[in-house]
Design a protein around this ligand. Structure first.
Ligand code: GLC
Length: 542
Protein backbone atom coordinates (compact mmCIF):
# COMPACT_ATOMS: atom_id res chain seq x y z
CA UNK A 1 0.00 0.00 0.00
CA UNK A 2 1.41 3.41 -0.94
CA UNK A 3 2.04 5.59 2.08
CA UNK A 4 -0.28 8.56 2.42
CA UNK A 5 1.23 11.97 1.75
CA UNK A 6 2.50 13.64 4.93
CA UNK A 7 -0.16 16.36 4.94
CA UNK A 8 -3.17 14.01 5.01
CA UNK A 9 -4.20 14.04 8.63
CA UNK A 10 -1.27 16.23 9.63
CA UNK A 11 -1.38 18.54 12.63
CA UNK A 12 -0.16 21.97 11.54
CA UNK A 13 0.85 24.40 14.28
CA UNK A 14 0.10 28.00 13.30
CA UNK A 15 2.69 30.56 14.37
CA UNK A 16 1.79 34.24 14.35
CA UNK A 17 5.37 35.53 14.21
CA UNK A 18 4.71 38.97 15.71
CA UNK A 19 3.63 37.27 18.91
CA UNK A 20 5.80 34.19 19.22
CA UNK A 21 9.14 35.35 20.65
CA UNK A 22 11.02 38.66 20.38
CA UNK A 23 14.79 38.14 20.24
CA UNK A 24 15.92 41.64 19.21
CA UNK A 25 14.13 43.70 21.83
CA UNK A 26 11.65 45.64 19.71
CA UNK A 27 8.49 44.25 21.31
CA UNK A 28 7.62 42.23 18.21
CA UNK A 29 8.38 38.54 17.62
CA UNK A 30 10.75 37.49 14.84
CA UNK A 31 12.08 34.55 12.83
CA UNK A 32 15.06 33.92 15.17
CA UNK A 33 12.41 33.76 17.92
CA UNK A 34 10.65 30.94 16.11
CA UNK A 35 13.97 29.10 15.71
CA UNK A 36 14.67 29.55 19.43
CA UNK A 37 11.38 27.87 20.30
CA UNK A 38 11.34 25.03 17.76
CA UNK A 39 12.01 22.60 20.58
CA UNK A 40 8.69 23.65 22.10
CA UNK A 41 7.00 22.99 18.77
CA UNK A 42 8.75 19.63 18.45
CA UNK A 43 7.67 18.70 21.98
CA UNK A 44 4.04 18.95 20.86
CA UNK A 45 4.50 16.22 18.28
CA UNK A 46 2.99 18.26 15.44
CA UNK A 47 3.87 17.56 11.82
CA UNK A 48 4.34 21.07 10.47
CA UNK A 49 4.28 24.76 11.21
CA UNK A 50 2.37 27.38 9.23
CA UNK A 51 4.01 30.74 9.73
CA UNK A 52 1.74 33.77 9.16
CA UNK A 53 3.25 36.43 6.84
CA UNK A 54 6.75 37.73 7.63
CA UNK A 55 7.33 39.44 4.27
CA UNK A 56 8.18 43.09 3.61
CA UNK A 57 5.12 45.05 4.63
CA UNK A 58 4.02 48.41 6.01
CA UNK A 59 2.01 46.26 8.46
CA UNK A 60 -1.32 47.98 7.97
CA UNK A 61 -2.90 44.50 8.27
CA UNK A 62 0.07 43.14 10.22
CA UNK A 63 1.76 41.48 7.28
CA UNK A 64 -1.26 40.49 5.16
CA UNK A 65 -0.44 43.62 3.13
CA UNK A 66 2.74 42.65 1.29
CA UNK A 67 5.07 45.15 -0.38
CA UNK A 68 7.67 42.60 -1.51
CA UNK A 69 6.54 39.00 -1.91
CA UNK A 70 10.14 37.75 -2.02
CA UNK A 71 11.79 39.22 1.02
CA UNK A 72 11.60 39.14 4.82
CA UNK A 73 10.55 42.32 6.60
CA UNK A 74 13.48 43.64 8.70
CA UNK A 75 11.15 43.55 11.70
CA UNK A 76 11.20 39.75 11.44
CA UNK A 77 14.79 39.21 10.25
CA UNK A 78 16.38 38.30 6.94
CA UNK A 79 16.12 35.71 4.21
CA UNK A 80 19.13 34.01 5.83
CA UNK A 81 17.09 33.73 9.05
CA UNK A 82 14.30 32.13 7.05
CA UNK A 83 16.68 29.62 5.49
CA UNK A 84 17.98 28.80 8.94
CA UNK A 85 14.41 28.36 10.22
CA UNK A 86 13.75 25.94 7.39
CA UNK A 87 16.89 23.94 8.11
CA UNK A 88 16.35 23.88 11.88
CA UNK A 89 12.72 22.84 11.52
CA UNK A 90 13.61 20.11 9.05
CA UNK A 91 16.35 18.87 11.39
CA UNK A 92 13.60 18.30 13.96
CA UNK A 93 11.28 16.57 11.49
CA UNK A 94 8.95 19.59 11.32
CA UNK A 95 7.71 20.71 7.92
CA UNK A 96 7.37 24.40 7.13
CA UNK A 97 4.39 26.03 5.48
CA UNK A 98 4.37 29.73 4.69
CA UNK A 99 1.41 32.05 4.19
CA UNK A 100 1.01 33.48 0.71
CA UNK A 101 -1.39 36.28 -0.11
CA UNK A 102 -2.26 36.13 -3.79
CA UNK A 103 -5.42 38.17 -4.00
CA UNK A 104 -3.99 41.57 -3.04
CA UNK A 105 -0.77 43.42 -2.27
CA UNK A 106 0.08 46.42 -0.14
CA UNK A 107 -0.51 49.83 -1.66
CA UNK A 108 3.26 50.26 -1.08
CA UNK A 109 4.11 47.47 -3.52
CA UNK A 110 6.05 48.91 -6.51
CA UNK A 111 3.45 47.32 -8.82
CA UNK A 112 0.74 49.47 -7.27
CA UNK A 113 2.89 52.60 -7.23
CA UNK A 114 3.29 52.14 -10.97
CA UNK A 115 -0.30 51.10 -11.61
CA UNK A 116 -1.82 54.06 -9.78
CA UNK A 117 0.42 56.59 -11.56
CA UNK A 118 -1.61 56.65 -14.75
CA UNK A 119 -3.68 54.67 -17.23
CA UNK A 120 -0.99 53.77 -19.73
CA UNK A 121 1.96 52.30 -17.85
CA UNK A 122 2.96 48.62 -18.14
CA UNK A 123 1.17 47.79 -14.87
CA UNK A 124 -1.88 49.97 -15.52
CA UNK A 125 -4.10 46.88 -15.66
CA UNK A 126 -2.52 44.91 -12.78
CA UNK A 127 -5.09 46.07 -10.24
CA UNK A 128 -8.85 46.46 -10.54
CA UNK A 129 -9.56 49.97 -11.80
CA UNK A 130 -12.95 51.35 -12.76
CA UNK A 131 -14.48 54.65 -13.76
CA UNK A 132 -16.93 56.37 -11.44
CA UNK A 133 -20.63 56.33 -12.18
CA UNK A 134 -21.87 59.49 -13.92
CA UNK A 135 -22.68 60.95 -10.50
CA UNK A 136 -19.09 60.38 -9.29
CA UNK A 137 -19.92 57.55 -6.92
CA UNK A 138 -18.11 54.17 -7.02
CA UNK A 139 -18.81 51.81 -9.92
CA UNK A 140 -20.93 49.41 -7.87
CA UNK A 141 -22.12 48.56 -4.35
CA UNK A 142 -19.27 46.26 -3.28
CA UNK A 143 -18.11 46.59 0.32
CA UNK A 144 -14.88 45.96 2.20
CA UNK A 145 -14.86 43.26 4.90
CA UNK A 146 -13.03 45.67 7.19
CA UNK A 147 -15.70 48.36 6.89
CA UNK A 148 -17.01 50.85 4.36
CA UNK A 149 -16.92 50.71 0.58
CA UNK A 150 -14.62 48.46 -1.43
CA UNK A 151 -13.57 51.29 -3.77
CA UNK A 152 -11.09 54.10 -3.16
CA UNK A 153 -10.58 57.09 -5.46
CA UNK A 154 -7.20 57.59 -7.12
CA UNK A 155 -6.86 61.18 -8.33
CA UNK A 156 -3.87 60.41 -10.59
CA UNK A 157 -6.03 58.14 -12.75
CA UNK A 158 -9.39 59.71 -11.94
CA UNK A 159 -10.59 56.19 -11.26
CA UNK A 160 -11.51 53.99 -8.36
CA UNK A 161 -9.54 50.87 -7.32
CA UNK A 162 -10.99 47.80 -5.65
CA UNK A 163 -10.03 46.47 -2.21
CA UNK A 164 -11.91 43.65 -0.49
CA UNK A 165 -10.04 44.40 2.74
CA UNK A 166 -8.28 47.65 3.77
CA UNK A 167 -7.90 50.47 1.23
CA UNK A 168 -4.15 49.82 1.62
CA UNK A 169 -4.70 46.26 0.27
CA UNK A 170 -5.53 46.87 -3.42
CA UNK A 171 -7.01 43.89 -5.25
CA UNK A 172 -4.81 42.38 -7.96
CA UNK A 173 -6.47 41.87 -11.33
CA UNK A 174 -6.30 38.13 -12.00
CA UNK A 175 -8.11 38.55 -15.30
CA UNK A 176 -4.74 39.82 -16.53
CA UNK A 177 -2.56 36.76 -17.38
CA UNK A 178 0.62 38.72 -16.54
CA UNK A 179 -0.58 39.02 -12.94
CA UNK A 180 -1.17 35.28 -12.69
CA UNK A 181 2.30 34.56 -14.08
CA UNK A 182 3.95 37.02 -11.69
CA UNK A 183 2.15 35.61 -8.66
CA UNK A 184 3.02 32.02 -9.58
CA UNK A 185 6.65 33.11 -9.98
CA UNK A 186 6.57 34.48 -6.45
CA UNK A 187 5.36 31.13 -5.15
CA UNK A 188 8.12 29.38 -7.11
CA UNK A 189 10.68 31.57 -5.34
CA UNK A 190 9.71 30.04 -1.98
CA UNK A 191 9.18 26.51 -3.29
CA UNK A 192 12.72 26.64 -4.67
CA UNK A 193 13.97 27.59 -1.19
CA UNK A 194 12.49 24.34 0.08
CA UNK A 195 9.19 25.18 1.81
CA UNK A 196 6.89 22.19 2.30
CA UNK A 197 3.65 23.96 1.63
CA UNK A 198 1.64 27.13 1.63
CA UNK A 199 -1.46 28.39 3.29
CA UNK A 200 -3.12 30.44 0.58
CA UNK A 201 -4.81 33.48 2.05
CA UNK A 202 -8.32 34.45 0.86
CA UNK A 203 -7.81 32.19 -2.15
CA UNK A 204 -11.38 32.52 -3.41
CA UNK A 205 -10.96 36.30 -3.70
CA UNK A 206 -8.52 36.20 -6.62
CA UNK A 207 -11.04 36.98 -9.35
CA UNK A 208 -13.86 39.53 -9.41
CA UNK A 209 -16.80 39.75 -11.79
CA UNK A 210 -15.41 41.46 -14.89
CA UNK A 211 -18.80 43.14 -15.47
CA UNK A 212 -18.69 44.61 -11.96
CA UNK A 213 -22.30 43.66 -11.24
CA UNK A 214 -23.88 44.83 -7.97
CA UNK A 215 -24.10 42.29 -5.17
CA UNK A 216 -27.73 41.54 -4.18
CA UNK A 217 -29.03 42.51 -0.73
CA UNK A 218 -29.29 39.82 1.94
CA UNK A 219 -32.26 39.61 4.33
CA UNK A 220 -31.52 40.48 7.95
CA UNK A 221 -32.00 36.96 9.33
CA UNK A 222 -29.25 35.61 7.06
CA UNK A 223 -26.60 38.14 8.01
CA UNK A 224 -24.06 35.83 9.56
CA UNK A 225 -20.52 35.01 8.56
CA UNK A 226 -16.87 35.04 9.43
CA UNK A 227 -16.65 36.80 12.78
CA UNK A 228 -18.86 39.62 11.54
CA UNK A 229 -20.15 42.14 13.91
CA UNK A 230 -23.91 42.41 13.44
CA UNK A 231 -23.31 46.02 12.43
CA UNK A 232 -20.85 45.20 9.62
CA UNK A 233 -22.62 46.19 6.40
CA UNK A 234 -20.55 43.53 4.59
CA UNK A 235 -23.03 41.05 6.06
CA UNK A 236 -25.91 42.83 4.30
CA UNK A 237 -25.00 41.46 0.85
CA UNK A 238 -24.72 38.18 -0.99
CA UNK A 239 -21.11 38.28 -2.21
CA UNK A 240 -21.89 36.77 -5.57
CA UNK A 241 -19.71 39.06 -7.63
CA UNK A 242 -16.72 40.30 -5.64
CA UNK A 243 -15.29 36.82 -4.96
CA UNK A 244 -15.53 33.09 -5.84
CA UNK A 245 -15.81 33.62 -9.59
CA UNK A 246 -15.84 30.60 -11.95
CA UNK A 247 -12.56 31.76 -13.54
CA UNK A 248 -10.78 31.07 -10.25
CA UNK A 249 -11.04 27.30 -10.75
CA UNK A 250 -8.53 27.42 -13.59
CA UNK A 251 -6.16 29.29 -11.27
CA UNK A 252 -6.51 26.50 -8.68
CA UNK A 253 -5.46 24.08 -11.42
CA UNK A 254 -2.47 26.22 -12.39
CA UNK A 255 -1.45 26.31 -8.74
CA UNK A 256 -1.70 22.56 -8.44
CA UNK A 257 0.34 22.02 -11.59
CA UNK A 258 3.07 24.20 -10.09
CA UNK A 259 3.06 22.39 -6.75
CA UNK A 260 3.09 19.00 -8.44
CA UNK A 261 6.59 19.86 -9.63
CA UNK A 262 7.74 19.94 -5.98
CA UNK A 263 7.13 16.48 -4.51
CA UNK A 264 5.45 16.61 -1.12
CA UNK A 265 4.66 20.33 -1.30
CA UNK A 266 1.10 21.03 -0.26
CA UNK A 267 -1.52 23.78 -0.51
CA UNK A 268 -4.07 24.79 2.08
CA UNK A 269 -6.57 27.31 0.77
CA UNK A 270 -8.40 29.69 3.07
CA UNK A 271 -11.97 29.87 1.84
CA UNK A 272 -14.66 32.28 2.89
CA UNK A 273 -17.60 32.55 0.50
CA UNK A 274 -21.40 32.56 0.56
CA UNK A 275 -21.22 28.77 0.66
CA UNK A 276 -17.77 28.10 2.09
CA UNK A 277 -18.27 24.35 2.40
CA UNK A 278 -19.44 24.09 -1.20
CA UNK A 279 -16.49 26.20 -2.33
CA UNK A 280 -14.11 24.04 -0.28
CA UNK A 281 -15.50 20.91 -1.91
CA UNK A 282 -15.11 22.52 -5.33
CA UNK A 283 -11.59 23.85 -4.76
CA UNK A 284 -10.16 20.74 -3.12
CA UNK A 285 -10.08 17.92 -5.62
CA UNK A 286 -7.44 15.93 -7.46
CA UNK A 287 -6.36 18.63 -9.85
CA UNK A 288 -6.93 21.64 -7.62
CA UNK A 289 -5.80 22.38 -4.06
CA UNK A 290 -4.66 19.66 -1.66
CA UNK A 291 -6.63 21.00 1.31
CA UNK A 292 -9.00 23.78 2.16
CA UNK A 293 -10.23 25.28 5.38
CA UNK A 294 -12.99 27.71 6.11
CA UNK A 295 -14.47 29.65 9.00
CA UNK A 296 -17.29 27.16 9.54
CA UNK A 297 -15.96 25.87 12.89
CA UNK A 298 -14.59 29.30 13.81
CA UNK A 299 -18.08 30.63 14.56
CA UNK A 300 -20.04 30.92 17.81
CA UNK A 301 -22.25 27.85 17.49
CA UNK A 302 -20.59 25.01 19.39
CA UNK A 303 -23.51 22.61 19.59
CA UNK A 304 -22.96 18.97 18.69
CA UNK A 305 -25.69 19.37 16.06
CA UNK A 306 -23.84 22.25 14.39
CA UNK A 307 -20.48 20.46 14.35
CA UNK A 308 -22.10 17.35 12.91
CA UNK A 309 -24.07 19.24 10.29
CA UNK A 310 -20.97 21.19 9.21
CA UNK A 311 -18.75 18.16 8.81
CA UNK A 312 -21.50 16.09 7.16
CA UNK A 313 -22.36 18.88 4.78
CA UNK A 314 -18.74 19.07 3.60
CA UNK A 315 -18.28 15.29 3.47
CA UNK A 316 -21.39 14.85 1.35
CA UNK A 317 -20.16 17.35 -1.22
CA UNK A 318 -16.47 16.53 -1.29
CA UNK A 319 -15.46 13.74 -3.63
CA UNK A 320 -11.75 12.96 -3.44
CA UNK A 321 -10.86 16.07 -1.45
CA UNK A 322 -9.25 16.38 1.93
CA UNK A 323 -10.43 18.91 4.53
CA UNK A 324 -8.58 20.76 7.22
CA UNK A 325 -10.26 21.99 10.40
CA UNK A 326 -9.38 24.72 12.88
CA UNK A 327 -11.15 25.93 16.01
CA UNK A 328 -8.87 28.93 16.57
CA UNK A 329 -6.64 31.16 14.48
CA UNK A 330 -5.37 34.74 14.28
CA UNK A 331 -8.72 36.03 12.97
CA UNK A 332 -11.26 34.91 15.56
CA UNK A 333 -11.85 34.85 19.29
CA UNK A 334 -9.96 31.96 20.93
CA UNK A 335 -12.09 28.82 21.08
CA UNK A 336 -12.06 28.23 24.85
CA UNK A 337 -13.69 31.64 25.28
CA UNK A 338 -15.85 31.61 22.17
CA UNK A 339 -17.24 28.15 22.88
CA UNK A 340 -17.34 28.32 26.65
CA UNK A 341 -20.79 27.39 27.90
CA UNK A 342 -20.21 29.35 31.07
CA UNK A 343 -20.01 26.25 33.28
CA UNK A 344 -16.42 27.15 34.07
CA UNK A 345 -17.40 30.70 35.02
CA UNK A 346 -15.13 33.37 33.59
CA UNK A 347 -12.20 30.99 33.52
CA UNK A 348 -12.86 28.25 30.99
CA UNK A 349 -11.96 24.88 32.42
CA UNK A 350 -8.82 22.99 31.59
CA UNK A 351 -10.94 19.96 30.76
CA UNK A 352 -12.65 21.99 28.08
CA UNK A 353 -9.31 23.19 26.63
CA UNK A 354 -7.99 19.61 26.56
CA UNK A 355 -11.20 18.38 24.98
CA UNK A 356 -11.08 20.96 22.19
CA UNK A 357 -7.62 19.78 21.13
CA UNK A 358 -8.92 16.20 21.06
CA UNK A 359 -12.08 17.20 19.21
CA UNK A 360 -10.43 19.03 16.33
CA UNK A 361 -7.83 16.26 16.03
CA UNK A 362 -10.49 13.53 15.82
CA UNK A 363 -12.46 14.82 12.84
CA UNK A 364 -11.59 13.54 9.38
CA UNK A 365 -9.04 15.93 8.00
CA UNK A 366 -5.85 17.76 8.78
CA UNK A 367 -5.78 20.21 11.66
CA UNK A 368 -4.50 23.72 12.29
CA UNK A 369 -3.68 24.32 15.94
CA UNK A 370 -3.09 27.96 16.74
CA UNK A 371 -0.23 28.99 19.05
CA UNK A 372 -1.53 29.13 22.61
CA UNK A 373 -4.25 26.55 21.96
CA UNK A 374 -1.89 24.01 23.54
CA UNK A 375 -1.94 26.17 26.69
CA UNK A 376 -5.74 26.58 26.76
CA UNK A 377 -5.33 30.35 26.53
CA UNK A 378 -8.57 32.30 26.79
CA UNK A 379 -9.21 35.37 24.62
CA UNK A 380 -7.36 38.43 25.94
CA UNK A 381 -9.41 41.49 26.77
CA UNK A 382 -7.45 44.31 25.08
CA UNK A 383 -8.62 47.80 26.07
CA UNK A 384 -9.58 50.24 23.29
CA UNK A 385 -6.45 52.39 23.82
CA UNK A 386 -4.23 49.35 23.11
CA UNK A 387 -6.08 48.00 20.07
CA UNK A 388 -3.89 47.59 16.99
CA UNK A 389 -6.17 45.79 14.53
CA UNK A 390 -7.80 48.31 12.15
CA UNK A 391 -10.79 45.95 11.81
CA UNK A 392 -11.38 46.07 15.58
CA UNK A 393 -10.85 49.81 15.77
CA UNK A 394 -13.45 50.31 13.00
CA UNK A 395 -16.12 48.17 14.65
CA UNK A 396 -15.45 48.67 18.36
CA UNK A 397 -17.27 48.21 20.73
CA UNK A 398 -19.68 45.65 19.20
CA UNK A 399 -16.77 43.79 17.65
CA UNK A 400 -13.36 44.21 19.20
CA UNK A 401 -11.37 42.82 16.30
CA UNK A 402 -8.57 40.30 16.34
CA UNK A 403 -6.10 41.63 18.89
CA UNK A 404 -7.52 39.48 21.69
CA UNK A 405 -6.28 36.31 19.96
CA UNK A 406 -2.97 37.83 18.85
CA UNK A 407 -1.35 38.74 22.18
CA UNK A 408 2.19 37.43 22.81
CA UNK A 409 2.89 33.82 23.81
CA UNK A 410 3.41 33.56 27.58
CA UNK A 411 6.65 31.59 27.89
CA UNK A 412 7.15 32.30 31.60
CA UNK A 413 5.17 33.75 34.49
CA UNK A 414 7.53 36.76 34.70
CA UNK A 415 6.32 40.30 34.19
CA UNK A 416 7.53 40.22 30.56
CA UNK A 417 6.09 36.71 30.07
CA UNK A 418 9.50 35.72 28.69
CA UNK A 419 8.34 37.21 25.38
CA UNK A 420 10.26 40.47 25.08
CA UNK A 421 12.51 42.62 27.27
CA UNK A 422 10.51 45.72 26.26
CA UNK A 423 6.82 46.53 26.21
CA UNK A 424 5.29 44.13 23.69
CA UNK A 425 3.18 45.35 20.76
CA UNK A 426 0.10 43.94 22.50
CA UNK A 427 -0.24 43.42 26.26
CA UNK A 428 0.02 39.97 27.88
CA UNK A 429 -2.91 39.40 30.25
CA UNK A 430 -2.17 38.17 33.80
CA UNK A 431 -4.36 35.14 33.13
CA UNK A 432 -2.00 34.16 30.31
CA UNK A 433 1.14 34.52 32.45
CA UNK A 434 -0.45 32.11 34.91
CA UNK A 435 -0.82 29.60 32.04
CA UNK A 436 2.74 30.04 30.74
CA UNK A 437 4.70 27.31 29.00
CA UNK A 438 7.14 27.16 31.94
CA UNK A 439 4.34 26.71 34.50
CA UNK A 440 2.54 24.08 32.44
CA UNK A 441 5.71 22.24 31.55
CA UNK A 442 6.26 21.51 35.23
CA UNK A 443 2.72 20.22 35.80
CA UNK A 444 2.00 16.75 34.43
CA UNK A 445 -1.75 17.45 34.46
CA UNK A 446 -1.52 20.74 32.56
CA UNK A 447 -3.32 21.38 29.28
CA UNK A 448 0.11 21.54 27.60
CA UNK A 449 1.19 18.10 28.78
CA UNK A 450 -2.24 16.68 27.97
CA UNK A 451 -2.02 18.13 24.46
CA UNK A 452 1.44 16.59 24.01
CA UNK A 453 0.19 13.19 25.17
CA UNK A 454 -2.92 13.36 23.05
CA UNK A 455 -1.11 14.40 19.86
CA UNK A 456 1.44 11.61 20.21
CA UNK A 457 -1.27 9.06 20.92
CA UNK A 458 -3.31 10.25 17.91
CA UNK A 459 -0.38 10.01 15.54
CA UNK A 460 -0.10 6.33 16.47
CA UNK A 461 -3.78 5.69 15.54
CA UNK A 462 -3.93 5.50 11.72
CA UNK A 463 -7.72 5.35 11.88
CA UNK A 464 -7.84 8.81 13.51
CA UNK A 465 -5.26 10.24 11.13
CA UNK A 466 -6.71 8.97 7.91
CA UNK A 467 -10.01 7.14 8.42
CA UNK A 468 -13.47 7.97 7.10
CA UNK A 469 -16.05 9.55 9.36
CA UNK A 470 -19.73 8.74 9.99
CA UNK A 471 -21.85 10.39 12.67
CA UNK A 472 -24.16 8.60 15.09
CA UNK A 473 -27.42 10.10 16.38
CA UNK A 474 -27.00 11.43 19.89
CA UNK A 475 -28.81 14.16 21.85
CA UNK A 476 -27.01 17.35 22.93
CA UNK A 477 -24.45 17.74 24.40
CA UNK A 478 -23.09 14.45 23.01
CA UNK A 479 -21.17 14.36 19.74
CA UNK A 480 -20.60 10.80 18.54
CA UNK A 481 -19.09 9.37 15.39
CA UNK A 482 -17.19 6.44 13.95
CA UNK A 483 -13.87 6.60 12.19
CA UNK A 484 -13.14 3.69 9.87
CA UNK A 485 -9.98 2.61 8.09
CA UNK A 486 -9.89 -0.79 6.43
CA UNK A 487 -11.15 -3.29 9.01
CA UNK A 488 -10.64 -0.97 11.91
CA UNK A 489 -13.60 0.94 13.32
CA UNK A 490 -13.38 3.30 16.26
CA UNK A 491 -16.18 4.96 18.20
CA UNK A 492 -15.45 8.54 19.27
CA UNK A 493 -17.70 10.35 21.76
CA UNK A 494 -17.45 13.82 23.28
CA UNK A 495 -19.49 15.33 26.08
CA UNK A 496 -19.44 18.98 25.06
CA UNK A 497 -20.85 20.22 28.37
CA UNK A 498 -19.41 20.99 31.76
CA UNK A 499 -21.81 18.54 33.47
CA UNK A 500 -21.58 14.72 33.54
CA UNK A 501 -23.88 12.91 31.08
CA UNK A 502 -24.98 9.37 30.30
CA UNK A 503 -25.58 8.23 26.78
CA UNK A 504 -27.34 4.96 25.92
CA UNK A 505 -24.96 3.20 23.55
CA UNK A 506 -26.32 2.08 20.18
CA UNK A 507 -27.46 -1.56 20.39
CA UNK A 508 -25.18 -4.35 19.28
CA UNK A 509 -21.83 -2.62 19.62
CA UNK A 510 -19.02 -4.62 21.19
CA UNK A 511 -16.52 -2.10 22.43
CA UNK A 512 -12.94 -2.20 23.65
CA UNK A 513 -12.03 1.12 25.18
CA UNK A 514 -8.88 2.70 23.81
CA UNK A 515 -6.81 4.39 26.42
CA UNK A 516 -3.50 6.15 26.46
CA UNK A 517 -4.95 9.43 25.20
CA UNK A 518 -4.71 10.80 28.73
CA UNK A 519 -8.01 12.75 28.80
CA UNK A 520 -10.98 12.59 31.19
CA UNK A 521 -12.49 9.40 29.81
CA UNK A 522 -15.98 7.96 29.86
CA UNK A 523 -16.75 4.41 30.96
CA UNK A 524 -19.33 1.88 29.87
CA UNK A 525 -21.81 0.88 32.56
CA UNK A 526 -24.30 -1.69 31.27
CA UNK A 527 -25.71 -0.24 28.07
CA UNK A 528 -24.77 3.32 29.05
CA UNK A 529 -21.72 5.38 28.44
CA UNK A 530 -21.06 7.68 31.39
CA UNK A 531 -19.04 10.72 30.46
CA UNK A 532 -17.50 13.15 32.95
CA UNK A 533 -17.68 16.93 32.30
CA UNK A 534 -16.03 17.58 28.91
CA UNK A 535 -15.20 13.89 28.85
CA UNK A 536 -14.17 11.87 25.82
CA UNK A 537 -14.44 8.21 24.88
CA UNK A 538 -12.52 6.28 22.26
CA UNK A 539 -13.23 2.59 21.71
CA UNK A 540 -12.49 0.01 19.08
CA UNK A 541 -15.68 -1.54 17.72
CA UNK A 542 -15.22 -5.31 17.35
C1 GLC B 1 -7.21 36.45 5.65
C2 GLC B 1 -6.29 36.53 6.84
C3 GLC B 1 -6.58 37.80 7.59
C4 GLC B 1 -6.32 38.97 6.66
C5 GLC B 1 -7.14 38.85 5.39
C6 GLC B 1 -6.67 39.81 4.36
O1 GLC B 1 -8.52 36.26 6.00
O2 GLC B 1 -6.41 35.39 7.62
O3 GLC B 1 -5.81 37.91 8.75
O4 GLC B 1 -6.64 40.16 7.33
O5 GLC B 1 -7.05 37.58 4.83
O6 GLC B 1 -5.43 39.41 3.84
Amino acid sequence: MATAPWWRGAVIYQIYPRSFLDTNGDGVGDLPGIIARLDHVASLGVDAIWVSPFFTSPMADYGYDIADFRDVDPLFGTLADFDRLLAEAHARGIRVMIDQVLSHSSDQHPWFTESRAGRDNPRADWYVWADPKPDGTPPNNWLSIFGGGAWTWEPRREQYYLHNFLSSQPQLNFHNPAVRTAMLDNLRFWLDRGVDGMRLDSINFCFHDAQLRDNPAKPAHLRVGRGFSADNPYAYQYHHYNNTQPENLALMEELRALFDRYPGATTLGEISSEDSLGTMAEYVTGKRLHMGYSFELLVEDRSAAYIRQTVENLESRMSDGWPCWALSNHDVQRAVTRWSDGTGGDAPTDDFARQLVALVCSLRGSVCLYQGEELGLPEADVPYEKLRDPYGIAFWPNFKGRDGCRTPMPWTGDADAGFSPVEPWLPVPDAHRARSVAAQDADPDSVLNAARRFLRWRSAQPVLVGGDIAFIDAPEPVLAFNRTLGDERVLVVFNLSGAAVSWPLPAGMTLRALDGHGLAAGAVDGGELRLPPHGVFFARID
